[in-house]
Design a protein around this ligand. Structure first.
Ligand SMILES: NC(=O)c1ccc[n+]([C@@H]2O[C@H](COP(=O)([O-])OP(=O)(O)OC[C@H]3O[C@@H](n4cnc5c(N)ncnc54)[C@H](OP(=O)(O)O)[C@@H]3O)[C@@H](O)[C@H]2O)c1
Length: 307
C-alpha cells in the first residue's frame, strides 16, 4: 500500500520527546494529524505514554486510531544501557514489541528506528543486507526490536540511522552537543577520538526520508544516513570550523582507550552505513554530512552569540 500523507492522515509517534522526535514533529505536524507521546513530556504538543507498559501505550494509540505508527522510543545512552540493562531490554526490545503488536492489531504500517550500532565493525562499510553482530546492550536490545518488527509485521519500515545530530543545544544528547557543552564550560582543548568511524545522520533530513519511504509503500529494512563518512575527529574539526573557532580551540586526537572509563560500552570500530537500497529505489533524500553539519551548526552559532 502506498498513500499520500495529508491533513487527514493520523500519525502516532511514540518516544517523540527526543532529538529525532523534534524534527519528526516539526515535519509531520505540518502535513498530517499527529499525536506525539513520550515519558518525558517536555513540549506542550507531547502527552504521556510509556512503551514498556502495554496498557498505557495501547490506550494512548487506540484512542487516536492512527493510520501509521512511528516508534522512536528508546534508551539511547549506551552506558546507561550497560548499567541498567533490564530497563534497556524493557524499553528498546519489549517496548518496541508492544508498539509493533498494536500496529499489527490495527493492520497499519509501522516505522521502527534501528541503529548502525547493530553491526560489529568487522569491516568498514555495511549495506542494508549485511549481517548484524551487536556488541553492546544498547545494540543488542535495539536489534531485538528490529528482529521482532521484521519477523512479525507485514507492513513495516525498519530505518537504520548512524551518528544522530539534531535537536540543538537543548535536545541533542550526542556528540555535537557534548562538544558544544565543553565549549560552554570554557575548554580550549578538546580530546576527540580518531579511531571510531561512522556516518552522521541529520535528524531534519532523516525525517524527510521517513516521509518519502512511507509514501513509497516499499516496506522493508533501510539504511538511512548522510552520504559520506568520517571519524569522530573529523566531525569535531568540521564543527569547530563552522563555529569559526579553529584559531582558539585545539583538537587533540586520542584513541578510544583514552575514554575507556567514561565510555565503557563496547562500540564497533566502524559503523559506517551505505544507503544501497534507498539509492537503488531513488528514495535517498539525505544530504552529505558536511552540508548538514553546516546547517545544524547555525543553531549552535546563534546559541553561542546569545549567551
Ligand atoms: N541518537 C542516536 O545517535 C541514534 C542513532 C541511531 C538510532 N537511533 C534511534 O533513533 C530513535 C530516536 O532516538 P533519538 O536519537 O531521538 O534519542 P532520544 O533523544 O534519546 O529520544 C528517545 C526518546 O524516547 C524516550 N523514551 C525512553 N523510554 C521511553 C519509554 N519507555 N516510553 C516512551 N518514550 C521513552 C526518551 O525519554 P528519556 O530522555 O526520558 O529517556 C526520549 O525522549 C531511537 O529509536 C534510537 O534508538 C538513535
Amino acid at each position: 500500500m502506498n498513500f499520500k500523507i495529508n491533513k487527514s492522515t493520523k500519525i502516532y509517534i511514540s518516544g517523540c520527546g527526543g532529538m529525532l522526535g523534534l524534527a519528526m514533529y516539526n515535519l509531520f505536524s505540518k502535513l498530517a494529524n499527529v499525536k506525539a507521546t513520550d515519558i518525558d513530556v517536555n513540549e506542550d504538543w507531547l502527552t504521556y505514554a510509556d512503551v514498556r507498559d502495554m496498557e498505557s501505550i495501547k490506550a494512548s494509540i487506540n484512542e487516536f486510531d492512527p493510520d501509521v505508527i512511528i516508534n522512536l522510543a528508546a534508551i539511547t545512552d549506551m552506558e546507561l544501557c550497560e548499567k541498567e540493562s533490564d530497563n534497556a531490554w524493557r524499553t528498546n526490545s519489549l517496548g518496541s514489541e508492544n508498539v509493533a503488536l498494536i500496529a499489527l492489531q490495527l493492520n497499519i504500517p509501522h516505522v521502527y528506528i534501528s541503529t548502525a550500532g547493530i553491526f560489529g565493525g568487522e569491516k568498514e562499510f555495511f549495506n542494508d543486507f549485511d549481517t548484524p553482530n551487536p556488541l553492546s546492550v544498547y545494540a543488542k536490545s535495539k536489534y531485538a526490536g528490529e528482529l521482532f518488527v521484521k519477523q512479525t509485521l507485514p507492513k513495516y519500515f525498519v530505518v537504520r540511522a548512524g551518528w544522530m545530530m539534531g535537536g540543538g543545544p537543548v535536545k541533542d544528547k550526542k556528540f555535537i552537543n557534548k562538544i558544544y557543552k565543553q565549549l560552554l564550560e570554557g575548554k580550549t582543548t578538546l580530546d576527540v577520538v580518531d579511531d571510531k568511524l561512522g556516518t552522521p545522520t541529520y535528524t531534519v533530513d532523516f525525517a524527510k526520508g521517513i516521509l518519502a519511504l512511507l509514501e513509497s509503500g516499499y516496506y522493508g529494512v533501510y539504511n538511512q544516513v548522510c552520504p559520506g563518512s568520517c571519524s569522530r575527529y573529523e566531525v569535531a574539526v568540521s564543527f569547530i570550523k563552522q563555529l569559526e573557532m579553529e584559531n582558539i580551540i585545539n583538537i587533540n586526537r586520542v584513541s578510544s582507550d583514552f575514554f575507556s572509563k567514561e565510555y565503557y560500552a563496547p562500540r564497533p570500530q566502524s559503523e559506517k552505513l551505505i544507503n544501497m537500497k534507498l539509492i537503488a529505489r531513488n528514495l535517498l533524500v539525505m544530504r552529505d554530512w558536511e552540508t548538514c553539519l553546516t546547517e545544524y551548526s547555525l543553531e549552535y552559532k546563534q546559541n553561542w552569540n546569545s549567551r
